[in-house]
Design a protein. Structure first.
Length: 460
């Protein structure tokens, strides 16, 4: 069985910590058994290592998240990159074509896909292991995992099983599915729960050949290299709507264990462990209030109950927990570049942005490089940069010349100049960009690793 974790979405319901560059699955807010901070993607990866369900685990993600995934999980992670962020049907279509034509996977091989960010107990992975057998015994097109509801939720989809248990397969863990209901009213949810309906947790299992046939039915190529340039033409629709709800034979395995969608501040703060993160003070009977602060300024709360306060370079949120799910809607018109990003070499924070009205910008960033890491050898067409070393020690390459840099050193980098830097110790840099296109697409990368940089360019 091939297992694929779908790492899409922007996590806008967790604004201001999440943004286009740092989706919710990358926020280091949870705690592992040793008490150290970890993200949702690190948690599920740790659990899969402890409870292996497949020898081959892949992550499907957009290219802009590839660096962050490798930083948090390591460089050996198998990535299937999507040309752009779309919905789950295009993502699953592309990964199926990749398995078929690039890896020559047998059409009879079972493929299981699941979200990268569920908060689950270890028993969840025992159910994942049963999906392949459920497909074999039931001869179904699709096998799903359904979560036993704990309350009549109106925000989840429901899987409706046939009455009477396993749909004619007595003693088997799966049930035949007769219908679906997406985001019902509370009254409908109560009626569905009375019928033993299950929450749809986004886990799908199918034989590769089935998905290849579904692509052919729709007129899409099953060859990866042919499908890739057509990716943006694929319908941006969920796998549930496009495939699952139209399938003739579907079974579900019920899961009656720990499962949460940590997609809102309300649910996330329930699993954070600590009520406060960052420079903060909770005073005078602050009950059930959480502060998450990424700023260098203190946040003080006095006499506040049932609130979440989240502060980052992207903004500040103060919300009653019960209404925190509305943040996506309230901030839908907020348009700004990410003010904080994690990269494979460290992180950066935007300190100041200025426009002069003549298509010229000035952007000031604080960069932090981890010891041993480096920024790629690159140049920019439309901007110049000035680097001021404020802490640590590193090696700078500028137009094939290498030199050691220390606090107080300044490097002027004109447009078109090739440059890179490696941190010998943890390295802090103030970077000032000036030009007409201060965006990621203005970077032309020549080499990534320090060995490539020194070997290819032979600096010095």
């Amino acid at each position: 069985m091939k297992l694929v974790l779908l790492s899409g979405g922007s996590g806008k319901r967790l604004w201001p910590l999440s943004n286009e560059a740092r989706s919710k699955q990358f926020l280091r807010i949870l705690h592992n058994p040793d008490g150290k901070r970890e993200s949702m993607i690190q948690r599920i990866w740790r659990q899969l290592n402890a409870n292996p369900v497949s020898d081959e685990v892949y992550i499907s993600a957009s290219p802009k998240h590839a660096e962050l995934i490798q930083k948090q999980l390591g460089n050996k992670v198998c990535l299937i990159t999507e040309p752009e962020a779309r919905d789950t049907f295009p993502a699953i279509a592309l990964l199926s074509a990749y398995f078929h034509s690039e890896l020559a996977v047998d059409p009879g091989e079972v493929v299981t896909v699941m979200p990268v960010d569920p908060y689950v107990g270890d028993s969840f992975f025992t159910v994942i292991k049963q999906l392949e057998q459920a497909l074999t015994l039931s001869q179904a097109d699709l096998a799903l995992v359904g979560v036993a509801p704990t309350y009549p939720s109106t925000k989840y989809g429901y899987i409706i099983p046939a009455a009477g248990g396993a749909g004619g397969n007595a003693g088997q863990p799966f049930q035949k599915v007769i219908g679906f209901k997406e985001k019902p009213s509370e009254r409908e949810a109560r009626e569905l729960i009375a019928r033993q309906a299950l929450w749809n947790c986004g886990v799908f299992s199918f034989r590769l050949g089935y998905m290849l046939e579904e692509l052919e039915k729709r007129g899409w190529p099953s060859d990866y290299l042919r499908l890739l340039p057509l990716y943006r033409e694929l319908p941006s629709i969920s796998f549930d709507y496009e495939v699952v709800e139209k399938a003739e034979r579907v079974v579900v395995i019920p899961y009656d264990g720990e499962w949460k969608d940590l997609g809102t501040w309300n649910t996330l703060t329930e699993e954070m462990g600590a009520r406060e993160t960052g420079d903060r003070i909770l005073a005078e009977k602050c009950a059930n209030t959480h502060i998450i602060n990424e700023l260098d300024l203190p946040v003080v709360a006095i006499g506040l109950s049932d609130l979440v306060v989240a502060a980052s370079p992207d903004g500040i949120l103060v919300s009653r927990k019960s209404l925190s799910h509305l943040v996506k809607q309230v901030t839908k018109d907020v348009r700004q570049r990410p003010m904080f990003e994690e990269r494979r070499w460290g992180s950066y924070r935007v300190l100041h942005r200025q426009e002069d009205g003549e298509n010229r910008e000035v952007l000031t960033k604080a960069l932090h490089l981890q010891a041993g890491k480096n920024i790629s050898y690159q140049y920019h067409r439309n901007r110049s940069e000035v680097w001021v070393i404020t802490a640590g020690e590193g090696e700078l390459v500028l137009n094939d010349q290498i030199r050691r840099v220390r606090p107080g050193d300044v490097a002027k980098i004109p447009a078109g100049a090739k440059h890179a830097i490696k941190a010998i110790t943890d390295l802090d840099i103030i970077e000032v960009q000036m030009g007409s296109n201060l965006e990621e697409k203005d970077i032309v990368r020549l080499a990534e690793s320090w060995e490539e940089i020194r070997g290819a360019e032979n600096p010095g």
